[in-house]
Structure formats: C-alpha cells, structure tokens
Design a protein. Structure first.
Length: 327
C-alpha cells in the first residue's frame, strides 16, 4: 500500500467514524426523570402505548423518588425532570438550572393540611403545633391558607419533619395538624381515624403548578425533539380525560405505582391535568395564581423569605412559553 493510498484509506476511515459518532449522538434518547405524582405518572400512558415512537422521538423515562429525581437532574444525569414550579427555582438556585417548557397540571386538592378530629378550620390551629417540611410546598400552602384566614405564621408553631414522616407526626400527641401531599396525606388519615383536610390546594388553584423542566442546553440543542414530547402530552391528557378511555388510563397509572385502579382514581381527581390549550393561558405574563409567572413569583418570594436560597431568581430565564405555544 503506497503512502497516498494509506492516507486516503485512513482519512476515509476517520470520516466514517466521525459520521457514525455524530449519528449515534443525534440518536441519543432524551432522558426524563419522573416520580409518583398523578400529573407525572400520566406519562406512563404514552410510554406503555409507544406514543413517543409513533411521534418519532426517542425518550427514556427514569423512575425516581421525587427528591432523588431533582438531585439526578442537578447532577446532569438526566435531561429533564418533572417537578413543581417552586422546586424548579430551588434546584436552579443551587446550580441545576432548567427551563419550564410545559405544564403537566396544577394540584387541585392533592396537597393538603390535615387536622385531627375537632379542628374544623385553620383558625382552630391558633396556638397549636403544625408539622410541615419547612421550605417545601406544603409550608407555602399553609402560609397561603393562614393569610386568607387573617392569621400569621407566628399564630402557629411549626414542627419541621420530612413529608414521608407525616403519618407518624400526626399520631404524636402534641401535633394538631400536618401538611402533606397524596398519597402520604391519605396514609396519615388512615393511620389517624377522624383526621381530615381543613385546607387544600383546591382552595388556591395555581399555587402549585407541575412542570416538565428541561436542561437549557438540551432544550436549545434538541428543540425539535422536545416539541414532539410536548405534543405527545396533549394526547395523554385527552386519553385520560375521555370517559371511554379513562379506565384504561387509570389502570396503567395505578400499575406504575402498585395500587388498584379504584384506589388511584381519587388521586387523579385531585390533579387538574392541563392540555396545551389550557397551558397557553397560564403561560401569559400576569400577577396571581392564574399565571405561571405570578405563581412562580409567589414561590420565589417564599423561598427567599424562608432562606431556601438567598437571592430572588430571574423568573423569565426559567419560563419558556415557546414550546407550549408552538403550532
């Protein structure tokens, strides 16, 4: 083999290798972390029915405990994660920046303040102990409720505990109420007969939005792929909300979390799934809870006040309406 032939052969081999590498890179599936919340378990319908493949997008969904999913996202192990708008700010403030490209839902009753028998309203909690995970969304829910009831945070004594410990906290003698989301809230009520919700996220729709938050670099580099993912979501919501197909959807979702469809249906009812047309209205800039911007401003203020992080976040950099608004 002469030198010219050898060099030409080597160059062809290198070109082929680079081509293969770039095509392999392009074919890398998007990695999305999801966890046990009805608005996120809903993705299981699309996974089981191969709707992403039909849409021409390669996606790997990875199942996590909620806090672990945010940690994985912050560590760069996944491209996107399902989380609340407030937690997107928390994760971003500590370095795991994201853009919220679409809404999955808002909590419509699944987040709740659960009180022991005899306590009928938030006003009855004056001077009593309430257990919440300080700095998390149930703490925000409690403060919002107290404000509406004409009370201040100082009117109650907060007892800090992990959300998954709330059934035990409610059972303790000196705690009168707890803050938790489903299914933990339901477990607490089962463990303490007679306990019931006295304030829930249904009393303030839009306080807690749930989103698909994407690494900004991935959102930009893989825009066409993420647009396909967003369109699949619309199909998921329609399938779950259609009375003809809802039983099948609930069966799929219940199987993902290991409970019966009968037990799962009430959890789904406490979640207001948002299709893209509903999401577009919430992406409009406005104050208050009907806007993702207004809701996120409330969460940002809460996070700074409670020293979850020190500096107010640039909300515009976290919110990208263009994916939801795309035709």
């Amino acid at each position: 083999m002469n030198l010219k032939h050898f060099l030409g052969h080597s160059l062809a081999a290198i070109t082929l290798s680079v081509g293969l590498l770039s095509s392999a890179h392009a074919a890398q599936p998007l990695k999305i972390g999801y966890s046990d919340w009805p608005g996120w378990v809903a993705w299981q319908v699309a996974i089981d029915k191969n709707w992403f493949k039909e849409a021409g997008v390669a996606v790997n969904f990875e199942w996590f405990d909620y806090s672990a999913s945010m940690d994985a996202f912050a560590a760069g192990k996944i491209d996107a994660v399902t989380m609340t708008n407030g937690d997107a700010l928390v994760t971003g403030a500590s370095g795991g920046k994201s853009v919220m490209i679409m809404l999955t839902d808002y909590s419509n009753g699944n987040d709740m303040i659960v009180a022991k028998p005899g306590i009928k309203s938030l006003k009855d909690l004056k001077g009593k102990k309430v257990s919440v995970e300080v700095g998390l969304v149930e703490h925000l829910l409690l403060l919002n409720g107290l404000k509406k009831a004409g009370m201040k945070e100082s009117d109650v004594t907060l007892v800090n505990a992990k959300t998954n410990e709330m059934p035990q906290m409610l059972a303790s003698a000196d705690v009168s109420a707890i803050g938790a989301w489903q299914p933990v809230a339901g477990q607490a009520m089962t463990a303490f007969p007679g306990a019931r919700p006295i304030y829930t996220s249904a009393d303030e729709p839009g306080l807690i939005y749930d989103v698909l938050a994407v690494n900004p670099t991935s959102a930009k580099a893989n825009r066409a792929e993420w647009l396909k993912v967003v369109k699949v979501w619309d199909r998921v919501v329609k399938y779950i909300n259609d009375p003809k197909t809802q039983p099948d959807a609930v069966k799929i979702m219940a199987a993902r979390v290991g409970i019966t469809p009968e037990a799962y249906l009430p959890l789904l009812k406490g979640t207001k799934l948002l299709d893209l047309s509903e999401g577009k209205k919430i992406y409009v800039k406005a104050a208050g809870f009907k806007s993702l911007y207004g809701s996120s401003k409330t969460a940002d203020d809460f996070n700074v006040k409670n020293a979850v992080y020190k500096t107010a976040q640039d909300l515009n950099s976290y919110i990208d309406p263009s994916f939801t608004n795309a035709k």
